[in-house]
Design a protein around this ligand. Sequence first.
Ligand SMILES: Cc1cc2nc3c(=O)[nH]c(=O)nc-3n(C[C@H](O)[C@H](O)[C@H](O)COP(=O)(O)O)c2cc1C
Ligand code: SF4
Length: 518
Amino acid sequence: MSLRIFIPRDSGALAVGADEVAAALVDQAHARELPVDLVRPGSRGLYWLEPMLEVDTPEGRVAYGPVTPADVPSLLDAIVAGGPHPLQQGLTEEIPWLKRQTRLTFARCGIVDPRSIDDYRAHGGYRGLERALKMSSDAIIDDVVKSGLRGRGGAGFPTGTKWRTVAQAGRGQKYICCNADEGDSGTFADRMLMEGDPFMIIEGMTIAGIAVGATKGYIYIRSEYPHAVEAMNAAIEAARRTGYLGEHICHSTDSFDIEVRVGAGAYICGEETSMLESLEGKRGTVRAKPPLPAHKGLFGRPTVINNVLTFSAVPYILDGGAQAYADCGMGKSRGTKPIQLGGNIKHGGLFEVAFGITLGELVDEIGGGTLSGRPVRAVQVGGPLGAYFPRALFDTPFDYEAFAARSGMVGHGGVVVFDDTVDMAKQARFAMEFCAHESCGKCTPCRIGSTRGAETVDKIIAGDRPAANIAVLEDLCNTMKFGSLCALGGLAPIPVLSALTHFPEDFGLAPRRLQAAE
Ligand SMILES: Cc1cc2nc3c(=O)[nH]c(=O)nc-3n(C[C@H](O)[C@H](O)[C@H](O)COP(=O)(O)O)c2cc1C
Ligand code: SF4
């Protein structure tokens, strides 16, 4: 009987040598005439253990990590003899970091072979679509509404409401667009799913198509994700071959097909209207709203735009899970949130959990504090436009409203940790610089304001009339917040003001003086 061994093909694992470990395993197995069935799934998301190798046993999969090619001979000795090994982590499912999670969206990631539609189906895949095909458009949307699902791309807009608007937008061509631009710093959940469970995204988009009456979908993937592009294209081909995409999907009267489109490295192309421009072959600049994309989106037609994680939550919900999904979470934040722990953190990776977990639990208990071993000083949540939170706010629960109440945002769920060597004035300057670099240039508050903002932060740092310049910076931030056409310029003030508010000493200011300026 052959040994079934799993080594991830996820980019995060490849970056630390997963392919080299796989090659060493094949060589060693060949030399020992040991039959090995090597599977290349996505990652389980325990990135500090990558490359993490797993072996199938009658008790379940046993994990070893982080493995180097040099470890492979001793590892095979231990596996064949059933003996211990220093890299052994025990049964994968029993690793506390994984056990503590509620994996609904990431239930299959790291487990299934992302190149096999049969494996996807064997693990519950396509049950949601098969049920949806027997339901009316209204009933599908009712399920999505009932689940409480909100957009996972950043803004947290109710998904069912968006779908209902498109469904009611009359007849004719409609589109489904999946936003896989994933430009936020410290985020990688979309990529992990595209590489580790691509059929789930296809299934979610197909259900959306049936629900709103769209026959065509696009998935817009950032160019920095070549492995995800390859995985999605391979999965789309396999779905077409097996009748899950194309004319009359699963012998029904519904048709739906998907194409991959690759971005060209602009953060603003993650903003939905810029993404539409880019999909239409134009330069990615923001469109004024209204009209909303739900009324007039891609090529002027009604369009559903959702994030990868949003579409990925749908198959579970449609497979009879709407109530179970709604039962997770807190307040108006229902279901689970795939949180990405990164930056200076000991245990970084993907942690899917019901809304409500606190920032402190995530950083200290789950993340294990900083990798450098120094004290945690600040955490930026929600990407480059998210607030910097000090330890004093670590009791904030992961919940859209709770973060907003503290002038922050949950966003796409990126949590980036900094130790006490961070210079928060430099971070504030970086936010303005980032905005200036990524601005599409369409409106003045963002195009000009971000550059003036960086200059003003420089003056404050240099001790040039700090009180007066703080007043200028705050005024500028207000102009950007209320006068920008889109959230890039509108949110850039958040990291700047949070750094000033919580870490005034880094700007050469006494805390009291800042309060006077506020
Ligand atoms: C500057 C900017 C960048 C954005 N980048 C992304 C992105 O990379 N991925 C994403 O899904 N949404 C991004 N968004 C949010 C989208 O505009 C849109 O709200 C989202 O794709 C809708 O999907 P959802 O409702 O499922 O979240 C961005 C928004 C802004 C303002
Ligand atoms: S806020 Fe910035 S990115 Fe958004 S439309 Fe204005 S210039 Fe473009």
